[in-house]
Design a protein around this ligand. Structure first.
Ligand SMILES: Cc1cc2nc3c(=O)[nH]c(=O)nc-3n(C[C@H](O)[C@H](O)[C@H](O)COP(=O)(O)OP(=O)(O)OC[C@H]3O[C@@H](n4cnc5c(N)ncnc54)[C@H](O)[C@@H]3O)c2cc1C
Length: 384
């Protein structure tokens, strides 16, 4: 049997493509390496799944690395309507949308893929080319032939979810170019605060010369986690210069100086007890002069510098930054420019976003682009 389309990977983007082609008469094969579909999707948002962001197209373009690649898609596809049609009511918290049930499982189950031929435990181990054209895929025990192949195999993070980077290696063998791969949305490894493990601070600012994030952090037994640290992770991994923490972003250095000069115990009710004790060990003790207090404020409160900070390895990152180089991919249909009939969707591409639903939006949008390209090829009107 020769399929019209073989989808490699039944994760977020693979499910979207399968769903979009479910009611066509195309012969679609969905190959999943593990024994379950949507494993990473089930893990999202702590099991609640931050399925979308409410951002406008221009905001999405900013929040997504290489976001311009999807410019047409932001306008063309209505993802809110997609979930409405799929009977998945959403609820909004700030700019983030979750299933109203707060169950990631409901997202996995909303995809309609019953007409698609799904095969689990079929890990693709190679591609098949004939006369320089891609014609199929190999798994450990079988060969499958298809007119078109789409790689939806995800990134390299959380390999236990099935997205283990195995397709990266296979694709490189056939000359598909990848940009540098590094962890994104990842906690920081940093020894200085180990004694504070388990403690969180609700409002800090983490910054480097290019960007800043304000929100909470959580001290862990090996470093710092929490939304702010996780957002900064990719820029640490990218080596974007020195990273600093401002523990009291609502105060200027001058304001803090006035308060501390007046009252040496001023910080006491500004921090949880454990953090206060920790930070005050650096406070100059006997009759500190103005210079010493200013130095304490700068170095320990307002511009605390992380020396030799690192991120946890990519296996522990929520997302993978870097992937198939977009220079090789047409934004119109997500097809490889050189290897015709080979398409890509989702995190395997050099697209990733901040925390906030952007990574799933990348999977949904690229999935829709590929599905429409396939429909177009077989003269099936879009929307069918
Ligand atoms: C803990 C966690 C929480 C997250 N929370 C959110 C969130 O709330 N909101 C958000 O927007 N994003 C979130 N993300 C990121 C988001 O889940 C991913 O970006 C998204 O699922 C990527 O979709 P994908 O289709 O590219 O890959 P995946 O969903 O990872 O799917 C890839 C599939 O391909 C299969 N596969 C891989 N290699 C092969 C092979 N050789 N042969 C056959 N099958 C193969 C895998 O088994 C897997 O099922 C989170 C990620 C993690 C790890």
């Amino acid at each position: 049997m020769r399929y019209d389309l073989i989808i490699i990977g039944a994760g977020s983007s693979g499910l979207m493509i399968a769903d979009q082609l479910n009611n066509t008469n195309l012969k679609v094969l969905l190959l999943e390496g593990s024994k379950r579909i949507g494993t990473k999707l089930l893990m999202t948002g702590n099991g609640r799944c931050n399925v979308l962001s409410s951002d406008s197209p221009s905001e999405l373009e900013k929040a997504i690395h290489n976001g311009r690649f999807l410019r047409t898609a932001y306008h063309k596809y209505d993802l809110h309507n997609f979930f409405k049609k799929h009977k998945l009511p959403l609820k909004q918290e700030n700019r983030r949308l979750y299933p109203a049930s707060e169950k990631a499982r409901d997202v996995v189950e909303c995809f309609r893929i019953h007409n698609v031929h799904l095969q689990k435990k079929q890990k693709v181990s190679d591609l098949i080319f004939e006369n320089n054209k891609i014609v199929g895929v190999k798994t450990d025990n079988q060969e499958f032939y298809g007119k078109n192949i789409v790689v939806c195999a995800g990134g390299k993070s959380y390999p236990q979810s099935g997205s283990d980077g195995s397709m990266h290696k296979i694709l490189k063998k056939y000359g598909v170019k990848f940009t540098n791969i590094y962890p994104s949305e990842v906690a920081l490894k940093y020894p200085d605060f180990v004694g504070l493990s388990g403690l969180s601070l609700n409002k800090v600012k983490m910054f480097n010369k290019k960007r800043n994030f304000i929100g909470s952090i959580l001290f862990t037994h090996k470093g710092i986690s929490g939304p702010v640290a996780i957002s900064m992770g990719e820029f640490v991994a990218r080596g974007e210069g020195d990273t600093f923490l401002d523990f009291l972003p609502d105060y200027t250095e001058e304001q803090l100086f006035d308060c501390l000069w007046e009252d040496k115990n001023y910080l006491k009710d500004k921090f949880p007890k454990r953090f206060y004790s920790h930070i005050m060990q650096y406070f100059p003790t006997t009759n500190p002069n103005k210079k010493e207090i200013r130095k304490f404020i700068t170095n320990k409160i307002k511009r605390y510098q992380f020396n030799n900070v690192m991120t946890f390895p990519i296996e522990y990152a929520f997302t993978t930054a870097g992937g198939v180089s977009l220079k090789e991919i047409s934004p119109k249909n997500c097809e490889h420019k050189r290897i015709k009939n080979l398409y890509f969707a989702g995190e395997i591409l050099d697209l990733h976003g901040e925390i906030g639903g952007y990574n799933l939006m990348i999977a949904w949008y690229t999935g829709m682009i590929v599905a429409d390209a396939i429909k177009d090829k077989f003269n099936i009107p879009e929307g069918d």
